[in-house]
Design a protein around this ligand. Structure first.
Ligand SMILES: [Zn+2]
Length: 44
């Protein structure tokens, strides 16, 4: 039994930044595990 892609993604838990706990919007850069704010702190 196939599950529609929409239903599949709906069941995924929201990503949460481990640094500040902020929920992350799903984006093309889905490999990111932290929010933009924390990422910008780390990139130097
Ligand atoms: Zn963060």
């Amino acid at each position: 039994m196939l599950m529609s892609p929409v239903e599949f993604f709906r069941q995924l838990p929201k990503k949460q930044c481990p640094e500040c706990g902020q929920y992350i919007e799903e984006q093309a850069e889905s490999y990111l595990t932290e929010c933009e704010r924390c990422l910008s702190k780390k990139v130097e």
